[in-house]
Design a protein around this ligand. Sequence first.
Ligand code: SF4
Length: 631
Amino acid sequence: MYGFMGKILVVDLNKKRIEILKKNEAYYQKFMGGALLCAKLFEELTKGPKPDNAFAPENPIIFAAGPMAAGGVCGATRVNVLSLAPESTGVYLSQAGGEFGPGIKRAGFDALAITGKSKEPVILIIDNDHVRFDAAGYLWGKDRNFSYEQLTKDLGKDYSIASIGPAGENMVRHANIMFEPDHYAGRGGLGAVLGAKQVKAIAIKGDQVPVFKDPETVKAINKEGGRRLSSAIKKAPGSFLGVLRHYGTFGLLDINQKAGNLPTRNFNYGAPYHSESHSESHPEFGKPDLKPGQKPDKKAYAGRNNPCKDCFLSCKKRSKAKPEYTGLAEYESAAILGANIGLEDDLETCLEACELCNRLGLDTISTGNIIAWLMDCFENSIVTEKDLGFSITFGDGQKAIELIKDMAYQKSKLGILLADGIDQAADRLGYETKPYLRFVKGVGMPAHIPHKKPGVGFGYFHGPNPGDHMKLEHDWIASDPDSLAAFNLDVSSAPDALDNGKIEVARTTQLYYAAMDALSLCLFIFSPGNVYTFDEIAEIVNAATGFNFSFSDLMEIGERSVQLQRKLYLEQGGTDEAFRSFLSTEIPEGPSKGAHITKADFENARRHYYSIMGWDDNGHPVKSTLERLGI
Ligand code: SF4
């Protein structure tokens, strides 16, 4: 078999035993790797006793790599993680960069599944097919940077390490998983699943390498991709890819602020509040509109590159301003723990809050949304000092820092309440707080304003991954003739519209994104038109795997993945969120002034989406849809 190792490692924590499942080529032709393999394995592993909640020992958590991981291909190192979600309803998929995906391959597997629950805190140490269960007591309670450094000291640098922080140990419902010190599977609360299983860390290494059918072609396409990317960035350093190269996603703060897409003060605004400063440039974000030959701004916070291995784009940066920090905050984190909690003019505290979340193991996006919700409720007198025990207004960075610690360590009754899921917290704090929630099925909204990008916003409201901005292409593509032609789409839609055209483009790009997730590829490299043509993507996959896939075969893999995840999501209790009234409130000022989504457009879009997905009126895939895809 080419590209795949043909084996899945299943670790049973109840019995401290492992099982190795063998899979044949036909299986991989159908279920590939990454997200789709995760979903398929979840289905197989829950055939017996079904988990009735995310913390049940029967709930498996699955980590899967793609066929090109560990093969020296730029953008092919991502790891997908799927489990029943503590933060939401149904299954949830999260992803991260780093070396854990390649680590799984080097150990001789395509995926790792963990089931059961350990009686005591444990570190799983996987060296090829030898698995040890080491006591983790000495690391329990420690922050993730400490744990990572200690484990690296104890085990040596050959291991790729996934770990949780105190938030995961305490089963905070928006706890995340960290890979090495700088990569996060952030969404859905999957860190709390590891916490419930008492798994503090997983260290994996091996000495196996995947064999490619045609390594020379893989190498040549990869090399040409690197050449194209460098030349495109040289010619247009101020382009999207140029910003990623020079400043990381942190540099996108400038673009989004100017476009009115920067969530500000609980998504009530799309740019800094009551000021003209949305048009100002902040040297810390990085010089916008770089011209060819110009050097990046010296005042920019983006420091040295810290890329996933073999990446020639390198969107990951260390922080020049705070070299002791884990890594420079990503756009989503800096936006939601920045302008969205009123820290428009306090970047230092924003970065401190991001770093604290990273060390304690909290998802920055949901954490920031919880804080913004409390601030908005307090400013509107929906909650009072008597309810909370303190006052909290937008811009109160120190209170935000205290709340982050309180949620992770569950120091107070409020910390415990906020850590146990936003919907329960809103129930307890009062019905009137609910209109102020910027959550979808319990998951905090990412830093793209649904009013401004209604296609992306529509995606937030539809499982299997509520509140995820990385499951379909952003709205711009629906009015870009070249992209529409490449996808063979005979429709279009204005950037601010939510109409049938937008939904058809959303569906097509959703399948595309799902195909890339099934290959565990980075979407900065493999987004439509960024570096490769669709035919080139099929060619590199075939050269690696020996398959004979066309691009439309890859789109079918994407559809199988979406439909299987949808099926599991519904079976595990997931539902789609109803229309929320804040969507129809117009953004009152700034570059996105007037943007809103009407209830009628939203409901029409939902009906159209269900119909073109092959689902019934309740959003359930119909039998013929599942049969066509063999699921
Ligand atoms: S573009 Fe960024 S996230 Fe993607 S592989 Fe490169 S460094 Fe990793």
